[in-house]
Design a binder for this molecule. Structure first.
Ligand code: GLN
Length: 309
């Protein structure tokens, strides 16, 4: 029996919140360093439209790496999976999300998966359109459709802050360009990528996206298919194998829910066939995952037997 009430969630948030004292907010993107490490919020969105939540649920945060699942879904729809997987692989790396190590030793230099930065940059490169504005608009339109909210936008300050400091991502792009995996101008791609990562929402919105993935791409309230079930399936599989960076194995064993995290402290969960989860807790563990967010998911998974394995 899944968690049924906001009161139950409030108790779990209270318990998990202690962990926020042991994490650190990401500051390699200077704007993210301004987050309050003690924030913690969670929402669960059920297919029948019910939503339960607890914590500072109105706080907005940027998607960061969570956006990688959404851009992947868009590109799979726009280009088809053979085209996409010719350019990015399907294997977990066991390395940190921003590592360049495996790129250098792989031949060809194709990134191992779309959830590490190198792979996500290749995915963003594949978003169709002639200008950054047009391509970003396509992505934003898709995100707005997933949530059912036309007001979703991005945080310019966070995008600019990352664009100005993203030298490691620049290095990854130049490496990929040298190996002809990407062709476009590096600054243009980084402009689009940093805007993608800066798309902003609250945990209720994120839970709603998780619910659409959980329901194989259909909005159960309207019956409208937002993405093909095969695309939702591929995305959820990546969430299991690579969604929590190099903590994905431990996460699969301890929690067993397809999930994707971001360095802003967001985590999106998609419990197959059941519901979506949105979490925001900006204090991170050493691998870059929300420390209290993981604890919260661990409590939820154990208490309500949510592991899919
Ligand atoms: N925008 C961030 C980056 O590229 C996303 C990383 C993350 O959330 N792990 O560094």
């Amino acid at each position: 029996m899944p968690c049924q009430s906001s009161d139950e969630l409030k108790l779990l948030v209270k318990e998990a919140k202690v962990c926020t004292n042991y994490g650190k907010v990401a500051d390699y993107i200077p704007e993210l360093g301004k987050a309050n490490p003690n924030d913690l919020s969670i929402a669960i969105n059920y297919p029948d439209g019910r939503c339960i939540s607890a914590g500072d649920i109105d706080k907005k945060f940027t998607l960061q790496s969570i956006s990688k699942v959404i851009s992947l879904a868009l590109v799979l729809m726009e280009r088809g999976s053979p085209y996409v997987f010719e350019r990015v692989g399907m294997e977990p790396t066991g390395d940190p999300f921003n590592s360049i190590a495996k790129l250098e030793t792989m031949a060809p230099a194709k990134p191992l998966n779309p959830m590490i930065n190198a792979g996500a940059l290749v995915v963003t490169h594949m978003i169709k359109g002639d200008t950054v504005e047009e391509r970003f608009h396509r992505l934003l339109t898709f995100i707005r459709e997933l949530i059912g909210d036309d007001t979703i936008g991005y945080c310019e300050r966070v995008a600019r802050s990352e664009f100005e400091t993203a030298n490691l991502n620049r290095a990854l792009c130049y490496f990929l360009k040298q190996h002809k995996i990407i062709q476009e101008d590096v600054e243009t791609l980084l402009d689009l990528y940093t805007k993608q990562c800066a798309v902003e929402m609250n945990c209720l919105d994120l839970a709603r996206i998780g619910m659409i993935f959980a329901m194989d791409g259909v909005d159960p309230l309207t019956g409208k298919r937002i993405m093909p079930d095969d695309v939702a399936r591929i995305c959820k599989t990546f969430m299991v194998t690579c969604g929590m960076y190099n903590a994905s194995g431990e996460f699969a064993i301890k929690i067993g829910i397809p999930a994707k995290s971001g360095v802003s402290g967001g985590i999106m969960g998609a419990v197959p066939g059941k519901f979506g989860i949105g979490i925001f807790g900006p204090a991170l563990d050493e691998k870059g995952n929300s420390i209290a967010g993981i604890r919260l998911l661990e409590l939820l998974s154990k208490n309500y037997r949510l592991s899919m394995f």
